[in-house]
Ligand binder design. Structure first.
Ligand SMILES: Nc1nc2c(c(=O)[nH]1)N[C@H]1C(S)=C(S)[C@@H](COP(=O)(O)O)O[C@H]1N2
Ligand SMILES: [Mo]
Length: 326
């Protein structure tokens, strides 16, 4: 366990698997129970729940969007009900069953601000942004650093389109992204030891790679709240924590952003976080992954199978870009 001197209540490593479960013993016990329960839910598809309440979403008319045939899968899509009820969203708790609590988040009106080193900073209402962007559906793999994985049909637009709209100046070499801050509805944000708001970042080369996708929907309909509505990122060659949910801010800057998970556990979670089966997490192997909603375990691939699209970004970086933490 590498986060030693930091917190007095950390657990022995055998007790922990998911991200940052070293914080609080009571929490960990709760989480272990929740994981067991989620296994039960996953095997029971016919569940009536508030998992998907997108009927009144003002962007509903844009769905389903046309599928882009370029993005193919080597595996079956994960079952929709499982994907929508097994989530990581620390704003609403550290367990996987946050889908009901997440319904408390108001997602309209929602404005997105473009800040920092750009020609002219601006804010845009998310529906105006969605209306402007070329929406399409893409089938992507997703690999959580906790060694579970899924395959989902996202709807959204290339992040490059947002970068073009933002008109960054040449000194902008990174883009920082942040999630909302609403401790009144998001109980997790009332836990002061986490560095809220959730923050992530990409280099400009990463953000403008065609694979970097801003997501507004899934399974042919608007994104449910628990999955990061109204706007989240999908960078499928990186561990899932890079794919920040419920984005309110894009800040173009020359400094490398300090991310949420880096702050929480700098020896375990880093800026690059490229999927690499050969670089174990300090507390577990990354060689294989569990496909949620199935009994299957499959080998993990370098860059989560997207090396052809993204490896060139990291050429000349001395392998740095392949590393989980730094
Ligand atoms: N704001 C925010 N974004 C987040 C997270 C989070 O806790 N808060 N969790 C991340 C992690 S660890 C993963 S694996 C994915 C999970 O996405 P899903 O719940 O839609 O499967 O969201 C990522 N984005
Ligand atoms: Mo994750």
């Amino acid at each position: 366990m590498l986060i030693k001197s930091r917190r007095p209540w950390e657990l022995p490593e055998a007790a922990a698997t998911p991200e940052a479960l070293f914080f609080n013993r009571r929490k960990i016990l709760t989480t272990a129970g929740a994981i067991a329960l989620s296994g039960a839910l996953a095997s029971c598809d016919a569940k009536s729940s508030a998992a998907v309440k997108t009927g009144t979403d003002p962007s509903a008319k844009f769905y389903p969007a046309k599928r882009d045939p370029l993005y193919k899968l080597d595996r079956a899509l994960s079952p929709e009900r499982v994907v929508e009820t097994y989530n990581n969203y620390y704003e609403f708790g550290t367990e996987k069953e946050i889908y009901e609590d997440a319904q408390a988040l108001p997602i309209r009106p929602w404005s997105v601000s473009i800040e920092g080193e750009v020609e002219k900073p601006f804010t845009v209402a998310v529906d105006d942004l969605i209306a402007k962007m070329p929406l399409e559906e893409r089938l992507y793999r997703h690999r959580c650093v906790e060694a579970w994985a899924m395959a989902v049909p996202w709807t959204g637009f290339a992040m490059k389109s947002l970068v073009d709209l933002a008109k960054p100046l040449s000194k902008a070499t990174f883009v920082e992204m942040q999630t909302f801050m609403k401790p009144d509805v998001a109980s997790g944000q009332r836990q002061p030891w986490y560095p809220w708001p959730y923050t992530e970042g990409l280099t400009m080369a990463e953000a403008t790679n065609p694979l970097a996708f801003l997501v507004t929907g899934v399974y042919g309909k608007p994104l449910p709240k628990q999955m990061g509505a109204p706007l989240r990122l999908a960078v499928p060659w990186k561990y899932g924590f890079k794919s920040i949910k419920a984005i309110v801010r894009f800040r173009f800057q020359s400094a490398q952003p300090k991310t949420y998970w880096q702050t929480v556990g700098p020896t375990e979670y880093g800026f690059w976080a490229n999927v690499n089966p050969k670089v174990p997490h300090p507390r577990w192997s990354q060689a294989s992954e569990r496909l949620i909603g199935t009994e299957q375990r499959v080998p993990t691939q370098l860059f989560n199978g997207y090396a052809e699209q993204v490896a060139a970004i990291y050429k000349g970086m001395g392998g740095l870009g392949d590393r989980l933490y730094r």
